[in-house]
Structures are given as structure tokens and as C-alpha cells.
Design a protein. Structure first.
Length: 156
């Protein structure tokens, strides 16, 4: 019985200490139509249910973007690189300064997708928010795209 009480007390302490951080992470800080921004940096599309995270606001090549996404452990993880269809779903001509919700804070126009073509030295899809078009870009070399991460959560 004493062991059960200690376990319950320990559980209570952990929950008590972690609860404020969990609630703060889910605190809504802004809205823009169907998009909701949270204090932890996640932007949720309430229409599709997709959650978005924006990487460092600097030019990267595809490999750097992929590495950033793979190492992202924000709010429990489960992140991946978006498809071009998902990126195109963010495109809204005239919205914000980059034809997308301003809640996704980036100064870049091109965002890498996780879609690839060919061998490891081939090219990868990206989406150009300036033109509203998909395109193939070189995987290696100097970067000119941004890293976005996306996930779908069933617990909403």
C-alpha cells in the first residue's frame, strides 16, 4: 500500500509540474481565417487538420531542410516534409506577404517538399509561393528554399 501511495504522489507531482507547460503550448495566440497559431509555434489548418511548423528563416538546400524536419521534436514529434499538394493548399494569392497566411512566418518564397525524383543526386520538388507553381530544384548545392514541417493529428 505504501508503494502505491508513493507512485500516486510521484504521478501527481509530475502532472502538476508539466500541466502548465502543456497548457501553454496549446495556448492560441492568433487566428487568420481557418488558421490558428499557438504559443509553441505550431499553426493549425482547421479545415484540413494539418499542423505546420516553419523552419529557420534562411535559405537551405533540400538535404538541410530534410535534416531539420527529421530532427524536429516539437510537441511530441511526428513531423515530416510536406507534399507539393499540401504546400499548394497553403497558397492563397494576395494573402500575407508571401501568398499564404501570415501566421506562417517566413521571408522566403520557395518551400521544399518531401517528394523526390531520381537518385540521391537528382532533383526534388518545391513550391514557389511567388508564382504559385511547383518546380524541380537541385537537391545539393547552395540552397534557395525554406523548410516547413507538417503533421496530421487525429486527436485534434
Amino acid at each position: 500500500m505504501k508503494r502505491i501511495n508513493i507512485t500516486l504522489v510521484s504521478l501527481f507531482i509530475v502532472l502538476f509540474l508539466c500541466l502548465p507547460f502543456t497548457l501553454a503550448a496549446q495556448k492560441e495566440v492568433a487566428r487568420d481565417g481557418v488558421y490558428v497559431a499557438y504559443a509553441n509555434g505550431i499553426v493549425k489548418d482547421t479545415k484540413t487538420g494539418l499542423e505546420w511548423a516553419v523552419g529557420p528563416d534562411k535559405d537551405t538546400n533540400w538535404e538541410e531542410a530534410k535534416s531539420w524536419v527529421q530532427n524536429l521534436n516539437l510537441d511530441g514529434g511526428g513531423w515530416r516534409m510536406p507534399t507539393t499538394d499540401e504546400l499548394e493548399g497553403l497558397y492563397n494569392s494576395g494573402a500575407g506577404s508571401r501568398n499564404m497566411t501570415p501566421l506562417l512566418k517566413t521571408s522566403g518564397w520557395v518551400v521544399w517538399s518531401g517528394e523526390t525524383r531520381g537518385s540521391s543526386d537528382a532533383r526534388d520538388f518545391s513550391f514557389d509561393f511567388g508564382r504559385g507553381t511547383r518546380g524541380w530544384n537541385a537537391r545539393h548545392g547552395s540552397g534557395h528554399g525554406r523548410a516547413f514541417a507538417v503533421r496530421s493529428r487525429s486527436d485534434g
